[in-house]
Design a protein around this ligand. Structure first.
Ligand code: SAM
Length: 288
């Protein structure tokens, strides 16, 4: 992967063959970290207006200014759709942001976590403590390894599985394939729910329709939700959801007022609204 040296005249520009002809640029004040791990190039930048930014193999993973949108929705949509989530698995998400959000649910008893690259965790703990605080939760059990290999060994164990994966390039590729989704299904308990990073219905039509097809075929209930995130390509990203029985499109538990007050993006209203897709996307998924 040779696409990570992308700074020119103080601007970082993200380009990727997955979204050709499109580039998002952020003004950079300082390079805080830049090193290749066993799996990928890891960079952390101080941006001018968006706080710190984590970049893997040249692709923006998060900025401090808008990370809450992605972390809150990917965690709280499946967790509030489940009546009693007790055992949760998080795959990927080495920055800790999803763990932070899962940890806000008192009913959750265990949070297993499987990330392939230990260096992402170490770097996040040093530079992104507001996300990496998720690792401080005593319910979190950390495993370092490939999420697919881990999932294939788990049977009938989890109420909710959240896949906070990077894009289907490099180590994340396996997490977008059918055998992984079959493993996710087998790892779920009755009424279990999966929620996976679902890319963009504008920019990654083939990838998204493939994920939707797989979840439709494997799960009795499936749905696709989307989130506004200004620093992802196209300004948005999807969540691909599958369930063994629980309804997905509405929260089935009330959100405590104290929790609602801690959040910036998720609410019961946006939970429902996030499943209302633009007409072309609705048609695209209906015909899959
Ligand atoms: N929201 C982010 C995005 O797509 O822009 C994803 C953030 S999170 C940092 C992605 C994590 O997935 C990375 O830390 C990466 O190391 C991890 N990852 C990639 N492939 C993996 C695999 N096969 N098993 C477990 N973790 C994986």
């Amino acid at each position: 992967m040779e696409n990570y040296k992308k700074i020119k005249d103080g601007w970082f520009s993200e380009t990727c063959y997955m979204w050709p002809g499109v580039s998002l640029s952020l003004e950079i004040e300082q390079v805080l970290y830049s090193k290749k791990s066993k799996f990928q190039q890891i960079d952390v930048y101080q941006t001018r207006n968006h706080g710190k930014m984590l970049v893997l193999d040249g692709i923006i993973q998060l900025t401090e200014s808008d990370e809450f949108a992605y972390q809150e929705m990917l965690a709280h949509v499946p967790l509030f759709a489940h009546p009693t989530p007790e055992n949760v698995l998080v795959i990927g998400g080495g920055d800790g942001g999803i763990l932070r959000e899962v940890g806000r649910h008192d009913c959750v008893k265990t949070i297993d976590f499987c990330e392939i690259d230990e260096d992402v965790i170490t770097v996040s703990k040093e530079f992104l403590p507001e996300l990496a605080c998720g690792f401080d939760d005593p319910r979190v059990n950390i495993r370092i390894g490939d999420g697919n290999a881990y999932v294939q060994e788990q049977k009938n164990k989890y109420d909710v599985i959240i896949v906070d994966s990077s894009d289907p390039i490099g180590p994340g590729e396996v997490l977008f394939k059918r055998p992984f989704y079959e493993g996710l299904k087998a790892a779920l308990r009755k009424k279990g729910i999966i929620a996976t990073q679902g890319e963009s219905f504008f920019l990654h039509k083939e990838c998204v329709t493939n994920l939707v097809r797989i979840t439709k075929e494997l799960f009795s209930v499936s749905a696709y939700s989307y989130i506004l995130v200004p620093t992802y390509p196209g300004g948005h990203i999807g969540i691909c959801l599958g369930s063994l029985g629980s309804n997905l499109k509405m929260p089935c538990r009330n959100i405590p007022e104290t929790l609602q007050e801690q959040l910036k993006y998720y609410s019961p209203q946006i939970h429902e609204a996030s499943f209302v897709l633009p007409y072309f996307a609705q048609k695209m998924f209906e015909t899959v």
